[in-house]
Design a protein around this ligand. Structure first.
Ligand SMILES: C[S@@+](CC[C@H](N)C(=O)[O-])C[C@H]1O[C@@H](n2cnc3c(N)ncnc32)[C@H](O)[C@@H]1O
Length: 202
């Protein structure tokens, strides 16, 4: 297991996963908002309701849902993060919390689910719209999504070009050859050739 770097969690014995962190994951707005949605949906009676946390990282959100009384399941692909999730389950001493190391596209394998929680994941996926459809098909009651997005017609205020060295490495890793031939406008290449899109910020 590697040390925790993202989710500051209070374990059953009162200790914290990231003691130097200024606040708990349980208190961040994304988490409080999701918990409010669940309370509205089920009127506080979460018994028998099943939620999946997709791309659950260190398992902090999944733990909070389990603490509310839901049957909570997290899917995380990265080995080091998945190991942290197992540590969370062990140290939180809670039975209605489980995890799988897998690709979220395989979520149907572990269903059925009443609610999907998809926080900070869509922009990691190659087909985000297809994934939203999949979640909609697999959720009996609700899909909760938190993501960055660009509204129709949005143009970046600034564009950060990748350095030549980074560009080269990314191209090599992706098996591509074109360099410096790509715009970052809406993530599309203007020359029609495969390439690498630079990071943009709004
Ligand atoms: C930006 S982080 C967000 C983590 C967490 N949901 C949160 O909001 O704190 C995205 C997480 O999704 C995981 N991930 C990315 N693609 C995945 C996939 N195809 N299947 C499973 N997990 C994935 C990453 O390893 C990472 O832990």
């Amino acid at each position: 297991m590697s040390s925790f770097a993202a989710h500051n969690i209070r374990f059953a014995d009162g200790s914290l996963s990231i003691p130097e962190h200024p606040f708990l994951l349980a208190d961040v707005p994304h988490c409080e908002g999701a918990k409010r949605v669940l309370s509205m949906l089920y009127g506080g009676n979460h018994e028998g309701k099943r939620i999946v946390d997709l791309g659950c990282l260190e398992g902090g959100y999944a733990l909070e849902f389990a603490r509310m009384g839901l049957d909570s399941f997290g899917i995380e692909v990265r080995t080091s993060s998945y190991e942290n999730c197992l540590e969370v389950k062990r140290r939180a001493e809670i039975s209605n919390l489980n995890f799988a190391q897998d690709d979220v596209w395989n979520l149907a394998k572990y269903g059925p689910y009443d609610v999907m929680f998809c926080c900070g994941l869509l922009y990691d996926l190659d087909r985000p719209l297809g994934f939203i459809r999949l979640m909609g098909e697999q959720a009996r009651d609700a899909v909760i999504i938190n993501t960055h997005y660009a509204p129709e017609g949005w143009r970046p205020k600034s564009v950060f070009k990748l350095s030549k060295m980074t560009d080269t490495r990314v191209c090599q890793a992706a098996g591509m050859t074109s360099l410096g031939s790509v715009t970052s406008k809406n993530g599309r290449s203007t020359n029609g050739r495969p390439g690498v899109t630079s990071a943009v910020s709004g």
